[in-house]
Structure formats: structure tokens, C-alpha cells
Design a protein around this ligand. Structure first.
Ligand code: ATR
Length: 292
């Protein structure tokens, strides 16, 4: 990669941000597309986020990604919110069009695209979603938008499942989501009747990888598609249990790649080279010492 007078700069705002693998993933894509662009991680302290956003405008940057802890604060700093960011109250991608900043949230669409890449279209399918945190909200809304037939939101803290289901039903205008406490005995039947099971909880995430999975393995069966959005480790305790039960599995790395691919496509107008991005991400994670 050559930095020239004409090189355009995109990047990610986070705090801290040194662990981000987005630079490796996005620069591999920019290189493959032959674009004279570079993607850089910017460590932006929360108190300086507004100034950093002014910098995007002042420098004429095509856009930035936004990560923890800035996703919510960014909502107030852009000029316009796409429906994804408005509904979720969180921005993970900003596009700058002639000084006008538009905030998007590509997290949930990243999961939907990752499932589609694995040959699993979500429209008309029944989904059991475990967790009701920030990721679950994004995933729930995107699944509903993509036309799932039913969405059961199952969470340890029942009120958070109620809130996510209400958000989805209100935003889509259809009663598609139903909340359930994690302790609900009906969950076994709900899972049995689901086509796709998505785990957005922290269960099985590094460093506590050897714990019982959030979904009891004997609830899983061939015909289920099981997706864990955790990518550290890639092969989680849930995915291993699902495979052992004959279910199909979709790993969380795909969501990370595709949320970035959607951002790249919005900035550049080009089709993202997803396979290259995936390889670069795998390499970056293994350099960080993450289990393969
Ligand atoms: P993220 O932004 O990644 O979604 P989060 O907002 O902290 O992270 O959400 C984490 C989710 O994992 C929550 O739904 C949490 O359940 P609670 O809402 O009850 O806190 C869920 N979670 C984390 N650890 C869990 C555990 N040991 N058992 C069940 N659920 C767990």
C-alpha cells in the first residue's frame, strides 16, 4: 500500500481501539479493490468524540466506523440517521456526503448477510434468539426487517427481552417478536420449533470458553441452523454441541466481516471482496493470539 497525496482516509473511532482488527480487514479489501484509500484506527476519548466528528467533516473523510464506547453518543453527532441507527439508538457506521453525515447501524444486517452467505435466507423462518443486549437488539431488528416469520427473544433478565421484543414489534409494525425468560420451560419447545437459533450472549466467550452452552445440547437437532455471534473463540461450546447433534452451524466471524463489508460498500460504492476480508480477519485474529 502506498500513501500518496491523493490517498483518502477512512477508519474506526473507538476507545480503546488498539485491539481492533478492522484495519487489517478493511485495508485488505481496499487493496484488492485497487483503491487509493487507507483505513486507520483512531483512539478517540469520549470527551473528544464531537471534535473527532468535526474532523471527519473538516478533512472530507468518506466515513468512519464507530465502536465501543461511542455507538450511542454518535447518534447525537450526525446530521441524519438511517432507520437502522434511529431504531437501535446506536451508530456503527458514518457516511460523509459533502459535509452531511449519515449514521447507520450495519451490525444486524451483517448477521443476515452472513446467514445468507451460508445459504440460509431468514425470510419466512422461525428464529430463537438468545440474549437481549446491544448486539441482540441489532440482530433482532434486522431479522424482523428481513422478514422472519417468528422471533422468540430469550434472556436471563426478562425485562430486557420484553424491551427488545417491543422495539422490534413497534419498529416493524407487526407482532413478530415474543419475549421469554431464560428460565421459561416453554423454551425447549420454542427451540424445537425454530429453524434458526442465534446466540448473542457472552456465554462461551473467551476466557470462559468451557462452560455449558446457553442452549442445552439435547434441545438441538439435525435441521437446526445454529449461529453464535461470538468470534473469540470461533468454534464456541454451542457450535461444537450443535455439530455433535447434527445441526448446521454458522460462526460469528461472518457477522463481523459482513458488517464491515456493508460499510465499505456504502463508502466506496464497490462490491466488498468478502473472502479477502475474511482471510485478513482470520490472520489478524491469529496474530493477536486468538484461537483459530
Ligand atoms: P452485547 O453488546 O455484546 O450484546 P451486552 O449488552 O452486555 O453485550 O449483552 C450481553 C447479553 O448476554 C445479555 O443479554 C446478557 O443477559 P442479561 O441481559 O441477563 O445480562 C447475556 N448474558 C451474559 N452472560 C450470561 C450468562 N452467564 N447467562 C445468560 N445470559 C448471559
Amino acid at each position: 500500500m502506498k500513501i500518496r497525496g491523493s490517498t483518502r482516509v477512512v477508519g474506526v473511532f473507538g476507545w480503546p481501539v488498539g485491539h481492533s482488527c478492522s484495519p487489517q480487514m478493511q485495508n485488505a479489501a481496499l487493496a484488492e479493490l485497487g483503491l487509493d484509500w487507507v483505513y486507520v484506527a483512531f483512539a478517540v476519548p469520549p470527551a473528544k468524540l464531537a471534535e473527532a466528528v468535526s474532523g471527519v467533516r473538516a478533512l472530507g473523510m468518506p466515513g468512519v466506523n464507530v465502536t465501543i464506547p461511542h455507538k450511542q453518543a454518535m447518534v447525537e453527532l450526525v446530521d441524519e440517521l438511517d432507520e437502522s441507527a434511529a431504531v437501535l439508538g446506536a451508530v456503527n457506521t458514518v457516511c460523509c456526503m459533502e459535509d452531511w453525515l449519515i449514521g447507520y447501524n450495519t451490525d444486524g444486517a451483517g448477521l443476515v448477510r452472513s446467514l445468507a452467505e451460508a445459504g440460509e435466507e431468514v425470510a419466512g423462518r422461525r428464529v430463537a434468539l438468545f440474549g437481549a443486549g446491544g448486539s441482540a437488539r441489532a440482530v433482532a431488528w434486522a431479522l424482523a426487517e428481513a422478514g422472519v416469520e417468528a422471533l422468540s427473544v430469550i434472556n436471563r433478565t426478562p425485562q430486557k427481552a420484553v424491551d427488545v421484543a417491543a422495539l422490534v414489534n413497534q419498529a416493524t409494525g407487526r407482532q413478530v417478536a415474543e419475549p421469554h425468560p431464560l428460565s421459561d420451560p416453554a423454551n425447549r419447545d420454542i427451540v424445537a420449533a425454530s429453524d434458526i437459533i442465534v446466540d448473542t450472549t457472552d456465554v462461551g466467550m473467551h476466557p470462559q470458553t468451557e462452560v455449558p452452552p446457553i442452549v442445552p445440547p439435547d434441545w438441538l437437532q439435525p435441521g437446526h441452523v445454529v449461529c453464535d455471534i461470538t468470534y473469540n473463540p470461533r468454534d464456541t461450546v454451542l457450535l461444537r454441541a450443535a455439530r455433535a447433534r447434527g445441526a448446521r452451524t454458522v460462526e460469528g466471524l461472518g457477522m463481523l466481516v459482513h458488517q464491515g463489508a456493508i460499510a465499505l460498500e456504502m463508502w466506496t460504492g464497490e462490491t466488498a471482496p468478502v473472502a479477502t476480508m475474511c482471510r485478513a480477519l482470520e490472520e489478524a485474529l491469529s496474530e493477536q493470539g486468538e484461537p483459530p
